[in-house]
Design a protein. Structure first.
Length: 253
């Protein structure tokens, strides 16, 4: 049986032309017989492992919980699912080669959801969750024999994670950072969010921690606001002081 025959049969499509690199690779190894097919399987699994590892390493170096091994296993498993989905069941008329792949996509969605962490009104892990989803897609591309497509997607994903991070840093330089200190048992969010919305202030990146002051413990809240209208932020601070009476509220650099 020739592997990746489905890709070869659709070589006249936009993504797989007769002169495409993937077609040449597949035809070369298929012509070598059964051990050529075995090499093709190995190429699919190893490329999926390598590409998933690249994305996982970037997450690992940035201290995210879903790191190197997680991404490697997701990509490797996705490649295997794709191979089994297309070639694992004999016969053409009684099977849909995309059913198992579609179930794999659904399953990875649960892993992605597990990487998202909600702390109060702050949400973290969305980028890692999206990376898990892309890693699954790359693994499936390698499993289906689209080696070039998997390579290009990995490069673009790495550029997005590494290069685009500096764009976010540049954008955050225009944000105003606000720090609030209140008593540990103060229901601060009950008044904080309505006041922010009242003054039409765009806010993000909330973090909440307990800190020790000279006169006891305090709840520290830190978040970013858009610099679109600094006057509204100053008005918000005065209203917050009057309503909540915090230990401290200040704009920090």
């Amino acid at each position: 049986m020739k592997l990746f025959k489905l890709l070869a049969d659709t070589a006249n499509t936009a993504f797989a032309t007769p002169d495409g690199l993937d077609i040449h690779i597949i035809n070369f190894f298929n012509n070598l017989g059964w051990w050529g097919n075995l090499i093709l399987l190995l190429i699919s699994l190893l490329l999926a492992t390598f590409f998933g590892g690249l994305l996982g390493l970037q997450r690992e170096l940035n201290g995210h919980p879903a790191g190197f091994r997680t991404h490697v296993l997701i990509s490797l498993g996705s490649a295997l699912i794709m191979i089994l989905s297309i070639y694992g069941v004999p016969g053409e008329a009684t099977r849909d080669p995309m059913r198992l792949a579609a179930a794999g996509v659904t399953g990875v969605g649960f892993l992605g959801a597990g990487a998202i962490i909600k702390n109060g009104i702050s949400v973290k892990g969305l980028t890692t969750s999206a990376t898990i989803w892309v890693t699954m897609a790359i693994g499936m591309a390698c499993g289906a024999g689209y080696f070039t497509l998997g390579t290009l997607t990995t490069i673009i994903a790495l550029l997005t994670l590494v290069a685009f991070k500096y764009i976010e840093i540049w954008a955050n330089k225009k944000a105003i950072n606000i720090q609030i200190l209140v008593e540990p048992n103060c229901p601060v969010y009950k008044d904080l969010i309505p006041l922010l919305e009242k003054h039409e202030i765009i806010y993000k990146d909330f973090s909440t921690t307990l800190v020790e002051l000279d006169n006891g413990a305090a709840l520290r809240i830190y978040f970013k606001c858009s610099e679109k209208d600094k006057g509204s932020i100053l008005t918000f601070i005065e209203d917050f002081r009057a309503k909540v009476k915090p230990i401290e509220i200040s704009i920090i650099k």
